[in-house]
Design a protein around this ligand. Structure first.
Ligand code: SF4
Ligand code: SF4
Length: 164
């Protein structure tokens, strides 16, 4: 898995133009069954890929924390929200709360998330490959294929299965 993760930036760069063209066409004419197809591709990929062997998203990017996330996680730690923010978060250039540093402070050496039950919504949904109207997040997906081997594989499979 680590070799795959190390090679991903180069592989994704090599496919970037092709992927961009594919998503431009997909946005113009998304297949009627796209939501169902994405559910299938996502499920198939995550039957093969175990995030516990990877954790590259937690090591290299980290999520945005919504107000609800902050409230829930602070409560989990029995901390005041402001205390939690000061300990772990910072505001980014878009005024969103993000991690002060990566790898994420809640990631264990065994790749387990120590706040898994209350983790941010963005962590639960990453890499968003089973969301509806997937064509609408193509710019985000083009970024995600650089860090997420599962997202990379799903996009490769999409190109094989969807004739545009
Ligand atoms: S979501 Fe992607 S980057 Fe994150 S751990 Fe799973 S395979 Fe790795
Ligand atoms: S909160 Fe958990 S799932 Fe989210 S980035 Fe940190 S370790 Fe990963």
């Amino acid at each position: 898995m680590q070799d795959q993760i190390n090679n991903l930036p180069k592989l994704a760069k090599d496919r970037h133009k092709e992927n961009k063209t594919f998503f431009t066409k997909l946005r113009k004419k998304p297949p009627k069954q796209l939501d169902y197809l994405m559910q299938d591709l996502h499920k198939e990929e995550f039957e093969r890929t175990d995030c516990l062997d990877c954790a590259n998203c937690c090591k290299t990017t980290g999520p945005l924390f919504t107000d609800k996330d902050i409230k829930r996680i602070a409560k989990f730690f029995k901390m005041k929200e402001q205390q939690f923010i000061e300990a772990y978060l910072r505001l980014d250039e878009d005024n969103d709360y993000v991690l002060q540093s990566v790898p994420c402070a809640f990631l264990g050496a065994d790749n387990y998330c120590s706040i898994y039950e209350v983790r941010p919504k963005a962590c639960r949904e990453f890499p968003h490959t089973d969301r509806k109207k997937f064509q609408q997040i193509s710019n985000l997906t083009l970024k995600n294929v650089v860090i997420c081997p599962a997202a990379f594989n799903i996009v490769e499979e999409m190109k094989k299965r969807i004739q545009l």
